[in-house]
Design a binder for this molecule. Structure first.
Ligand SMILES: [Zn+2]
Ligand SMILES: [Zn+2]
Ligand SMILES: [Zn+2]
Length: 140
């Protein structure tokens, strides 16, 4: 997804593009690796010194809800990273160093039929797998 696609998606879902929201979306593209909310805040503050971490969180969560971002490390919101979605996927997360590895496919896809039988209309899901990366394993 590029910036314009994200902005279209936000508008399409009926949300306004405020200058702060636009700056947050822009900031997401400054990073090589998915940033934390605090890292996004640092970039946005250059243009909008008044913006709070709360506002950044709220906007990132909104973008995650409408499937523009994947929130990585749900367990610990302080160190959560927000990745721009290219395709739906999940993450393997190291509890030692916090590194996240993208898993290419969705393990849940083939269970969707079973879930629908419960009578729910499924609108989304989130899960991640925790462990220790090779570097942290040898260090421990
Ligand atoms: Zn690690
Ligand atoms: Zn990923
Ligand atoms: Zn999935």
């Amino acid at each position: 997804m590029n910036q314009l696609e994200i902005i279209d998606m936000v508008k399409g879902k009926g949300f306004k593009i405020t200058p702060q929201r636009r700056a947050i979306i822009e900031a997401l593209f400054f990073f090589e690796k998915p940033p934390t909310a605090k890292e996004v805040l640092e970039i946005v503050r250059k243009k909008h010194p008044e913006i709070s971490l709360d506002t950044v969180y709220r906007n990132l969560n909104l973008l995650a809800e409408i499937d523009c971002l994947i929130q990585i490390n749900l367990k610990n919101s302080e160190t959560s990273r927000f990745e721009i979605i290219k395709n739906h996927h999940h993450h393997l997360i190291c509890l030692g160093c916090g590194e996240a590895v993208c898993l290419e496919s969705c393990i849940l896809d083939r269970h969707m039929g079973v879930l629908r039988e419960k009578g729910y209309q499924i609108v989304g899901h989130a899960f991640e797998i925790y462990g220790y990366c090779p570097a942290c394993r040898t260090a421990g």
